[in-house]
Design a protein around this ligand. Structure first.
Ligand SMILES: [Zn+2]
Length: 407
């Protein structure tokens, strides 16, 4: 019922909580085999003293009643980690909750808002974050997520309104985040390849990234056998950004010409021209139709973006031919933003061709990217990059624990 292992259960008592309610207090100790271990390295160590007296760990509720485990762990002298309170089998190092309690909190955090988790589990919202980070940190040490990688995506994600960055590495085969760190520079990418090791880097066949050439440089050096390609969603994002600029410029011009009504109407067209057509609502379809009638350049820009999306749907030699068409269409469009886009596409033509030839399906990576973006958007809760990374790895890194008691 307590969800503990290697633990000897002693007295079980009901104790007044001082607020008119009761709590269950269970006296526990580690089994002889698991006692006298260092909490950091788990090595068996000589005992040092009897420790600092009784301590309590919150366990999973029994029905509606809070449960505490009480024990008096002594201190041990680890040859490496010094004099330290002995490991207890029911909790993580430095935690005041049981493993089962923390696993449940982390699992719930992956599936619902932190404030809901806090309410159900009767802990503060901040504690939810601390527990989640601890669970993820421990899980990280248990699995090697860098094994067997062949096709990966290296991505930089901005958060805090573009003031801060994370580098994220995704396995294209699974869509799983295998590595994440704060920052954005050559050194961070180098750290990934250092963690990966030379042998595993050589086994990489494809590395996709965005248009940051400094990432390409590091990849080419660290993984010489890998084909560098661009993630389609980045390339399409260039086009959607260009369209947004076209639309904003036209709105500005209309306002300057005193045509405020037309400007307002066009402002409302933002999503109609940015979203994929299959996702448009009925109203947005109507907007798009009116953009077509009243605003030639914006509609042409929209068609160029759609054609670019088609390039990645078609792939292979036909995709490459289509890409050439899109580039020349954009460059002759007489829309400055689209001409600029055509230059960018031309500059990265070889890398895009690699994408089209590679057969890398990056639907999973894109879904992961969208998920991370959503986390960042509602990331007000993550005060530190570590908390954000923990959340990413919990939900997309395969580090979410199982619910306790369900083997
Ligand atoms: Zn130790």
């Amino acid at each position: 019922m307590l969800g503990v292992e290697h633990t000897v259960i002693g007295d079980v008592e009901l104790e007044a909580d001082g607020r008119g309610g009761w709590v269950v207090v269970v006296s526990v100790r580690a089994t002889r085999r698991q006692g006298c271990r260092c909490p950091v390295c788990r090595a068996r160590c000589p005992g040092y003293d009897r420790g600092e007296g009784p301590a309590r760990w919150r366990g999973l509720d029994l029905g509606t009643t809070k449960v505490y485990l009480e024990a008096r762990p002594g201190r041990v002298r680890c040859p490496v980690h010094g004099v330290i309170t002995a490991w207890v089998p029911w909790a993580r190092h430095d935690a005041r909750f049981t493993l089962a309690f923390e696993d449940q909190v982390a699992w719930m955090t992956a599936h619902m808002s932190a404030s809901t988790v806090g309410e159900v589990m009767r802990v503060s919202w901040r504690t939810v974050g601390v527990i989640t980070a601890r669970v993820v940190a421990q899980a990280r040490g248990k699995v090697d997520r860098l094994t067997g990688l062949r096709r990966i995506g290296i991505d930089e994600k901005s958060y805090r309104k573009g003031h801060k960055y994370l580098m994220i590495v995704v396995d294209h085969a699974t869509g799983r985040v295998v590595w994440a760190r704060e920052g954005r520079n050559k050194q961070i990418v180098g750290e990934f390849f250092a963690d990966l090791g030379q042998q595993r880097a050589t086994a990489l066949t494809h590395v996709s990234c965005d248009g940051a050439t400094w990432i390409h440089d590091v990849v080419t050096e660290a993984a010489p056998k890998a084909v560098v390609c661009l993630d389609p969603f980045h390339v399409v994002a260039w086009a959607t950004e260009a369209i947004d600029e076209v639309r904003r410029r036209i709105v500005r011009d209309l306002k300057a010409a005193g045509r405020t009504e037309d400007a307002t109407a066009l402002k409302g067209s933002r999503w109609a021209v940015l979203k994929n057509p299959e996702r448009l609502t009925g109203a947005q379809r109507t907007t798009l139709a009116s953009v077509k009638q009243t605003n030639g350049p914006l509609y042409r820009a929209y068609l160029i973006k759609e054609q670019l999306r088609a390039v990645f749907a078609v792939k292979g030699p036909r995709g490459r031919a289509l890409l050439a068409g899109v580039i020349s269409w954009a460059s002759r469009s007489r829309i400055p933003e689209m001409v600029e886009l055509s230059r960018t596409l031309r500059r990265f033509r070889d890398l895009i061709a690699n994408t089209l030839d590679s057969g890398v399906t990056n639907a999973l990576a894109e879904a992961t990217n969208t998920h991370i973006q959503a986390l960042i958007t509602r990331a007000r809760g993550y005060h530190t990059p570590e908390a954000l990374i923990a959340m990413i790895e919990l939900t997309r890194g395969g580090l979410c624990p199982d619910l306790p008691g369900r083997p």
